[in-house]
Design a protein around this ligand. Structure first.
Ligand SMILES: [Zn+2]
Ligand SMILES: [Zn+2]
Length: 214
């Protein structure tokens, strides 16, 4: 059985830039026919108690929720090194982390790190990205966001090339900040996912596939 997850969502509860009320997400997930989603707030992991409350609302609908976070890596000169989705680290990663340092920390905690929208263009021009760009070739990441609403067809082909070269899977996430965007890009798991442990393991093993749905 395939399990469909949106791997990248922000809510207004912990991301100021989002308009999504967490409980609305449950209804939208059912509407979008996904089996679960990951919350990836900026520099913040949901406190366990709050997350458990939301999981309890989602569970009767058969939805599986994963508690992650999105971290903007910065080097020692405070220059952006790209955004990364992190799963399996049990606390909020506040503070400054260089990308390589972040990857090491995540792996030490037996988590996974995914390059978020590596080739999302910044307004500064054709070779500046809001993501890690070609730095992904030099980082021990576990997966790359392939389908993302801000990935052009050129960005998608760049990610496909990197996936092949690095031998790691591509994933999909909506990066939703507005409710109806949730579920627009997803990740298909080859088997039923029941929680964080198998979610992480299946991505690590590459048993996932990205899909653009809308
Ligand atoms: Zn981002
Ligand atoms: Zn995001």
């Amino acid at each position: 059985m395939t399990t469909v997850f949106d791997l990248h969502i922000h809510t207004q509860k912990y991301s100021d830039c989002s308009f999504i009320h967490p409980e609305e997400l449950i209804a939208q997930a059912l509407e979008a026919k996904i089996n679960g989603f990951a919350l990836t707030e900026h520099g913040m992991r949901w406190p366990d108690e709050e997350f458990e409350k939301l999981k309890k609302i989602a569970a009767p609908h058969g939805l599986v929720l994963i508690n992650g976070q999105e971290i903007s890596a910065r080097n020692e000169k405070n220059e952006m090194e790209g955004d990364f989705l992190v799963f399996g680290v049990k606390y909020s990663l506040t503070g400054r982390y260089a990308a390589a340092e972040l990857a090491k920390l995540v792996h030490d905690q037996k988590g996974i790190i995914i390059a978020a929208h590596p080739y999302k263009l910044s307004r500064r021009g054709k070779t500046h990205y809001y993501g890690a760009g070609d730095k992904i070739y030099h980082l021990p990441i576990d997966a790359i966001e392939l389908y993302h609403p801000d990935h052009s067809s050129l960005a998608v082909s760049k990610v496909q090339k990197a996936m092949q070269k690095l031998g790691i899977p591509g994933v999909g996430g909506s990066d939703a900040h507005k409710i109806f965007d949730a579920g627009s890009c997803v990740t298909l798991f080859k088997q039923k996912i029941t929680g964080e442990a198998d979610f992480i393991e299946q991505i690590r093993q590459g048993n996932v596939q990205a899909q653009k749905r809308l």
